[in-house]
Design a protein around this ligand. Structure first.
Ligand SMILES: [Cu+2]
Length: 104
């Protein structure tokens, strides 16, 4: 009985990790490749820099604040969104760059 419970718990934890999706939003031509995105709690967004200069992706939103630092072309960093809410993502180098992430 205990063995079956262990198996079931293992399967449950596997299915939740499979359900968490990874999204990709690049920085190209001084803009995010999407203006807004709706994701699920636990999902991850990858932010590859596709411009031949630096970007610095960050957010000061209440439900998720982070600063990925400035990084060059070809480099990609990811953020896991573990709380529901609306997150405004910006670039510290190009203040007009804006991405709205809705975490459901
Ligand atoms: Cu930038």
């Amino acid at each position: 009985m205990k063995f079956f419970m262990t198996v079931i718990l293992a399967l449950l934890s596997m299915s939740t990790s499979v359900m968490a999706a990874e999204h990709v939003i690049g920085q190209k031509n001084k803009a995010f490749t999407k203006k807004s995105i709706t994701i699920k709690k636990g999902d991850t967004i990858k932010f590859p820099n596709q411009d031949p200069f630096f970007h610095n992706v960050y957010s000061m939103s209440e439900s998720k604040s982070f600063d990925l630092g400035s990084y060059a072309k070809g480099v990609s960093k990811s953020v896991k969104f573990d709380k529901q809410g609306e997150v405004i993502v910006q670039c510290a180098i190009h203040p007009f760059m804006k991405l709205k992430v809705k975490v459901e």
